[in-house]
Design a protein around this ligand. Structure first.
Ligand SMILES: [Zn+2]
Length: 260
């Protein structure tokens, strides 16, 4: 069985947190060696860390998602910084811009995003980027905040396309992570990007409890299911799942190795 890492899940949130032991043991029994559980606001990031502290191979990320912009304040950032400083918190995320939904006006989202990128610089930890219909602004902000060689790298999570994102990622020590949508019939444009992303810059994730891959689409997703997405990507690329999985595991070690 191929060994994999689920590079983006929310196992500290309901409904997954209600059966946390079951979720983690099903993942480990299915070859998922490591799970990165990702926070979306300061309180939630604390929960992510608590869950990470329960299991040796579960790590946390701490950040403010654009949807959670209302949780942003300097006081909240102080609290988030303390959480993010913990050694089991290996990334700042998820953070970014989302112009698809009516979360907050673009300048408000951008202010939060910039503050989070500043935090990642202070902590020298990689970032996990949520970008939805905001690619050009997102890249402009990243360029300004992380440019000039100061970046610890990062991941564009739940990648939904954009050649500009891929190009920037390859130039800037960033990785592209595919979630379960890759397996959806309607996701032809996402699948087409697979051939543009070298295997040494690729990840797979579940974004669970959301986005269950085929054949489980519509069900509650969990980290064990990342194997379906990896197998699907391998088939599309014409390589063995085992071979791709080995490469993806090395990618995780390359990006986060000093913190694992
Ligand atoms: Zn997420």
């Amino acid at each position: 069985m191929a060994k994999l890492t689920d590079t983006h899940a929310h196992i500290h949130m309901p409904p997954l947190s209600d059966d946390i032991e079951g979720v983690v043991s099903r993942a480990f029994n299915n070859g998922v060696e490591r799970i990165l559980t990702v926070g979306v606001n300061p309180e939630d990031s604390k929960e992510a860390l608590k869950t990470a502290l329960m299991f040796p191979n579960v790590y946390a990320a701490a950040g403010i998602h654009p949807e959670d912009w209302e949780s942003f304040s300097e006081e909240a950032c102080g609290e988030l910084f303390r959480t993010a400083s913990h050694k089991k918190v290996i990334a700042v995320g998820e953070i970014g811009l989302d112009f698809y939904r009516d979360y907050a006006p673009a300048p408000v989202q951008e202010k939060v995003f910039r503050r989070m990128l500043e935090m990642s610089r202070e902590l020298k930890k990689p970032v996990i980027i949520h970008n939805r219909e905001a690619s050009s602004r997102c890249l402009a902000v990243l360029e300004e905040e992380l440019g000039r060689g100061r970046s610890a790298g990062g991941i564009f999570h739940c990648f939904s396309g954009g050649d500009d994102i891929i190009k920037w990622a390859l130039d800037n020590n960033f990785y592209i992570s595919y979630a379960g949508q890759l397996t959806y019939k309607s996701a032809g444009t996402i699948r087409e990007t697979l051939k543009l992303v070298p295997a040494d810059r690729m990840f797979v994730e579940t974004d669970s409890p959301y986005l269950a891959p085929v054949p489980l689409r519509g069900k509650t997703n969990e980290p064990a299911n990342v194997a379906y997405t990896a197998a699907f990507a391998a088939k599309e690329l014409g390589v063995e799942t085992e071979e791709l999985a080995l490469r993806l595991e090395k990618n995780f070690d390359d990006l986060f190795g000093r913190m694992l």
